[in-house]
Design a protein around this ligand. Structure first.
Ligand code: DC
Length: 227
């Protein structure tokens, strides 16, 4: 049987700070696939909404915003940069308050519809590692390799705190944890595409694992299921 594009899509979902980005980026490189950071797209919408003074609950204004939305990823050396309306927003989208705002705008139907369409277009040809909250449940439900990455709240908070500190962002550990917990509740209890493991997803708890150990676990599963 020949390969179809679903055979070449890996989805990695999970809560904030579970290590999805580190793992997905490394895995994409190892497999020679495109890395699709769906969270960065919701963050870009949040940045644009903030710039244009659009309230995260104003569905109509968000729908208008999404109609003329232009989000683009570009590879730059070992990094990936994200552009929104032609502006490089790679750094700006990582601010903690943009994470909260992204979680709010991502609850809106028009925003999800626009993002999912764009994500499917990027995944059309296969060879994609997609990471987010709904990549295995909604965006690519037919993907062959699905993973759900988790870790306990303390460890996730610690990782995110260290990451932000290393970037020179001034944060307090307890506040990082609190913001993360709030976002988890919001992302898991929303009506549309709530965060949950996809059917058939392999659940990996990364609390005590290094990124390389997680990758090995993922590779073992992929090899087992390869057609
Ligand atoms: O993964 P992240 O922290 O960059 O995501 C930011 C927010 O975007 C997250 O709190 C919820 C939303 N999101 C989503 O709703 N669906 C996705 N597939 C990815 C992110």
């Amino acid at each position: 049987m020949g390969l179809n594009s679903a055979d070449e899509i890996v989805t990695i979902d999970g809560p904030a700070g579970a290590g999805k980005s580190t793992i997905s980026r490394k895995l994409a490189k190892r497999l020679g696939y495109v890395y699709l950071d769906t969270g960065a797209m919701y963050r870009a919408v949040a940045v644009l909404a903030q710039k244009e003074g659009v309230h995260p609950e104003d569905e109509e204004a968000l729908e208008r915003l999404c109609r003329h939305l232009d989000i683009d990823f570009q590879e730059s050396g070992t990094n990936q940069r994200i552009f929104c309306q032609g502006d490089d927003v790679t750094e700006e989208i990582r601010a903690p308050q943009i994470g909260s705002l992204a979680s709010k705008v991502s609850m809106r139907r028009s925003v999800r519809r626009a993002m999912v369409n764009l994500q499917r277009k990027i995944g059309e040809k296969g060879k994609v590692v997609a990471e987010g909250r709904d990549t295995g449940t909604v965006v690519f439900p037919r993907a062959k390799y699905k993973f759900f990455l988790s870790a306990n709240l303390h460890e996730r908070g610690r990782r995110r705190y260290a990451e932000l500190k290393a970037k020179g962002v001034d944060v307090v550990l307890d506040e990082v944890k609190e913001e993360m917990e709030k976002r988890d509740v919001q992302d898991s209890t929303r009506e549309l595409a709530p965060l949950r493991p996809a059917e058939g997803a392999r659940i990996i708890d990364s609390t005590t694992l290094t990124p390389d150990e997680v990758i090995e676990e993922i590779m073992k599963f992929i090899k087992l299921k390869r057609p």
